[in-house]
Ligand binder design. Structure first.
Ligand code: FE2
Ligand code: FE2
Length: 194
């Protein structure tokens, strides 16, 4: 299964070397974190390959696949750049017959997170945020925290992302605020020095 998806990924991203490197960066980071935090390494490799599979598809593609596999409300709750998480999960089900709710959930929430994520979901979310090609200051800071305290890293990543989008006037889905509140309560919300 992994080899088949890897081959399809290489083909889909043959003109997108940066995105392929991002996916491999997510995989390598996820496997390192998985070893430290005791997660299933096969599942981590699987969700790393699948999470951005539909990133460059058209808006129409995302809408079609979301309508086929999810409640229409997803289209209102999220914004266009985040749709790929749900269309990728739909393709994981349709093309690769993946049914594991934890695997599908990890792909679905990798963009903004959600409250009470599983270990697999938290590691994919954080790996997507801190993989080596991400160089902005928040990612570098969260990278150090992730290997010590995963929940703290999740809180910091969500909090930094919300603050950035608030400053730049970007759209923030409600679930991001809910996730921040959840992980703030869980960790005490102690922000590390910036
Ligand atoms: Fe993504
Ligand atoms: Fe990604």
């Amino acid at each position: 299964m992994l080899e088949r998806i890897k081959k399809d990924l290489k083909c889909a991203y043959r003109h997108k070397v940066d995105r392929l490197n991002h996916v491999y960066g997510v995989r390598d980071t996820a496997l390192k974190l998985g070893k430290i935090h005791g997660a299933d390494l096969y599942q981590l490799e699987l969700v790393s390959y699948l999470h951005d599979l539909t990133k460059y598809e058209s808006l129409g593609f995302h809408i079609e696949w979301i309508r086929r596999y999810y409640d229409e409300a997803i289209l209102d709750d999220f914004y266009d750049p985040l749709y790929h998480a749900y269309s990728a999960s739909a393709i994981a089900q349709d093309t690769y017959n993946i049914t594991d709710p934890d695997v599908l959930g990890a792909i679905e929430v990798h963009t903004v997170g959600k409250p009470n994520m599983s270990l697999l979901q938290k590691i994919l979310f954080i790996s997507d945020y801190i993989e080596p090609s991400r160089l902005y200051p928040s990612c570098v800071r969260v990278r150090e925290i992730a290997f010590i305290n995963l929940d703290q890293a999740v809180y910091e990543a969500i909090n930094d992302s919300i603050q950035l989008y608030e400053r730049t006037g970007g759209n923030i889905p409600r679930v991001a605020y809910e996730a921040r509140e959840y992980y703030q309560k869980r960790t005490g919300g102690h922000a590390c020095p910036k």
